[in-house]
Design a protein around this ligand. Sequence first.
Ligand code: 5GP
Ligand code: ZN
Length: 119
Amino acid sequence: MATSNDCLFCKIVAGEIPNDTVYETDTVLAFRDITPRANTHVLVIPKSHQDTLAQMAGEGADLAELFAACGEVARLEGIEESGYRVVSNVGPDAGQEVFHVHIHVLGGQNLGPVAAGRG
Ligand code: 5GP
Ligand code: ZN
């Protein structure tokens, strides 16, 4: 499994930094965001290190497991019916802070329109 020594989320996967786990499989970990931006805010990550979703997709990785895990998180958090948003920031213009692939699962409230930085 690919890991990166300086990567915060690799340290979370390794158990070196504590996390509030919501869901876990052999390949995916889902845990609560430390600075929640919605009533429900969970990060879904592959356990194996990849910088961005684009890089992961470019290497032909199976993204289905990641998105299936997002659906499972929504079910476990009780927001499957009320609705939720999945977002992945890729690169500087999107404000990506942690360069280990992660998908934000947001919900538990009305989220308004997708934020695009305008208006
Ligand atoms: P990005 O801006 O890269 O899409 O999102 C990174 C996310 O990681 C942010 O929402 C931030 O709050 C979250 N985060 C940063 N450090 C930690 C941490 O140590 N633990 C957890 N659970 N989340 C973190
Ligand atoms: Zn990593």
